[in-house]
Design a protein around this ligand. Structure first.
Ligand code: GLA
Length: 352
């Protein structure tokens, strides 16, 4: 454990290293539960850091586009920052406005990614692990109920990064946690990810309006540029003449995964053609947001001094669907007292 820096709150942020015999090494700070570095071997055994990020706490605090962090209480967008629960109306901050249409994004203004968590180095099933916990007070960012949250990162012997999320509440509330790592499997300074080959095991999506809010429809990906049922280059159709792509400036959509929700299923597979690095994403969640880094614009300088250009990282945010609190037909994100929220996502690395 090292000191990463002093947060503007005055708290000390720490940095923790997890190492697996497979050669994979992760560095994670308790500031936002952020994965700052993730070294993974290529087909020749050479390690590269495959996640985007900064080298100082100050840079994260100055403005990070959610590099590597835990997202909460509710990942993704809530239309107009409004929802009702058990007959009561709630208003959350509107901290995002794609297409000029305001929404609540990724938990609000001082969300889980911007707070210092309690950290404990431990093991999980014999694998090195970091256990992060936090009690989110009743009313934090406008959400009802005190929420006790636990996120455990572990690195298995065979090279998988596992994230186990758990939460309980003392009042009925909503919760949808995820991790927002930006990957570039060629290495974090390798430019656009458009040559990565991607498969998503989801035959349907939740199409959005210009504010990136689901219309409520659940439609087949067949004959659309969102069809990744068979692996293909991310760049193949990213600039196709298509409203969904236009609204988001590329991919920034939720796929409805084909496996049974609540069971661990294969959500996505990615291959980086030059290095041969591969990543599988397994999850118990019903959806995944594939975001192709469209908002990166070269203005952020990364941890090794280079700038992160447009689409130089991609995210696969395992999750419940966007705007779930306002969509009774989507799987529910309601958590009631006495229940335990539990989800798991595994990133399994290999070579091709
Ligand atoms: C998520 C959203 C994107 C964008 C990024 C952060 O992936 O869906 O629209 O806001 O976070 O820049």
């Amino acid at each position: 454990m090292h000191v990463f820096g002093t947060a503007s709150s005055g708290e000390t942020a720490t940095l923790h290293k997890l190492e697996s015999p497979s050669g994979i090494r992760a560095e994670i700070t308790n500031y936002g539960g952020t994965i700052t570095r993730l070294f993974v071997p290529d087909r020749a055994g050479n390690l590269a850091d495959v996640v985007l990020g900064f080298d100082t706490l100050a840079a994260y605090e100055a403005g990070s586009p959610y590099f590597g962090c835990i997202i909460g209480r509710v990942g993704n967008r809530i239309a107009h920052g409004r929802f009702s629960l058990d007959g009561r109306d709630y208003t959350l901050a509107t901290n995002n406005a794609p297409g000029g249409i305001p929404c609540h994004l990724h938990g609000g203004v001082k969300s889980f990614d911007k707070l210092v968590w309690h950290a404990e180095e431990t093991t999980r099933d014999g694998a090195p692990a970091l256990r992060l916990t936090r009690t989110s007070p009743d009313g934090e960012e406008g959400y009802p109920g005190t929420l006790d949250v636990e996120v455990v990162y572990s690195l298995s012997n065979d090279g998988a990064l596992r994230i186990d999320y758990a939460a309980t509440a003392d009042r009925t509330t909503i919760v949808n946690l995820t991790n927002h790592s930006y990957f570039n499997l060629e290495g974090e300074q390798s430019g656009p990810i458009l040559d990565h080959v991607l498969a998503i095991h989801g035959s349907r999506t939740t199409p959005v309006n210009a504010g990136l809010i689901p219309t409520g429809a659940i439609t087949s990906v067949a004959d659309t540029p969102l069809d990744f049922r068979t692996a293909r280059r991310i760049g193949d159709r990213i600039d196709a003449d298509d409203d969904q792509l236009r609204f988001a400036g590329g991919y920034d959509h939720n796929w409805v995964l084909d496996h049974a929700p609540g069971t661990l299923g294969l959500a996505a597979e990615v291959v980086a053609p030059l290095s041969g690095r591969t990543m599988q994403v397994w999850t118990t969640e019903p959806g995944v947001q594939f975001y192709s880094g469209n908002f990166l614009d070269g203005s952020l300088t990364g941890k090794t001094g280079g700038r992160y250009v447009r689409r130089s990282g991609f995210c696969l945010e395992t999750q419940h669907f966007p705007d779930s609190p306002n969509r009774p037909t989507f799987p529910s994100i309601v958590l009631r007292p006495g229940e335990t929220y539990r989800t798991t996502t595994i990133h399994r690395f290999g070579v091709a």
